[in-house]
Design a protein around this ligand. Structure first.
Ligand code: DXP
Length: 255
């Protein structure tokens, strides 16, 4: 998969927050096989995780995708992105502009506004957005080359709340990388996203809060691979009626 001209093999993007310890995070990154980890600039600065966390990220061998988690306006997200570019030395930015504190749903108006400014400043923007086609079009017009529709509210673990909308996005944007971001709870949710034809999945809480994060990271990675394989295999359509799967011709007649 090509993301802003970079060839990426693993289709699992992993968040780095809420792990019980840096060692557990490092283990989860390893067992997920991810090549991209996302880091919140605010969280990083706020909890003073400091040198140990920074060195863990650097030694992970992964590409870092800083994010603007916790920003509630376009202006705040733009400033945070500019700081992230300085700190992490990358033009990649996962753009989050939160519009509602309870649902953490994106403020799509602020998102498009911030995307336009950041693209003009040379950023490669990964917008965390709703599954709305019109917003998706506006983000592409703003210069985004990737869309990250939500599966469900961040941290909810509810899985895909609107698979039909994701299916519509796939049909409407056949050539744009689509990465489901947020709300994945179980490997089956991640597999479902891939079966719908998504290009990748970004998740955090489901791994960080699992009893065994490294094992869950591995399970997610395998589910994503399975879902991708299934999509490519062109699954059958569900039927309303039963259809015998075993031929009845040639059955022995009893009595
Ligand atoms: C880490 C990050 O970027 C989250 O904001 C992201 O949206 C993942 O959401 P979940 O924690 O629900 O997987």
């Amino acid at each position: 998969m090509l993301l802003y001209g970079v060839d990426i093999t693993s289709r699992l993007l992993l968040g780095t927050a809420q792990y019980p310890s840096p060692a557990v995070l490092a283990e989860a990154i390893r067992s997920s096989g991810t090549e991209i980890i996302t880091v919140s600039l605010r969280r990083e600065a706020a909890d003073g995780a400091g040198q140990a966390f920074w060195s863990l990220l650097q030694h992970s061998g992964c590409r870092i995708l800083p994010n603007t988690a916790g920003c509630h306006s376009a202006a705040e997200a733009i400033t945070t992105a500019q700081m992230a570019r300085e700190l992490f030395g990358t033009t990649w930015i996962k753009l989050e502009v939160i519009g509602h504190s309870d649902t953490l749903q994106p403020d799509v108006f602020g998102l498009v506004e911030a995307a336009r400014v950041l693209v003009a400043e040379g950023f490669d923007v990964f917008p965390y957005t709703t599954d709305d086609l019109v917003v998706g079009e506006k983000l592409l017009e703003a210069g985004c080359q990737v869309l990250m529709p939500w599966g469900a509210p961040i941290g909810s673990g509810q899985g895909l709340r609107n698979p039909d909308a994701l299916r519509a996005m796939r049909a409407h944007f056949p050539d744009t990388p689509l990465i489901v971001d947020a709300g994945i709870g179980r490997p089956s949710d991640a597999a479902q996203a891939m079966e719908l034809g998504m290009d990748a999945v970004l998740l955090n809480t489901a791994v960080a809060k699992a009893g065994d994060p490294a094992q869950m990271a591995q399970a997610m990675a395998q589910a994503i691979d399975a879902g991708r394989l299934a999509h490519a295999a062109d699954p059958m359509e569900p039927r309303d009626m039963a259809v015998p799967s075993t031929p009845v011709l040639g059955l022995a007649e009893l009595a």
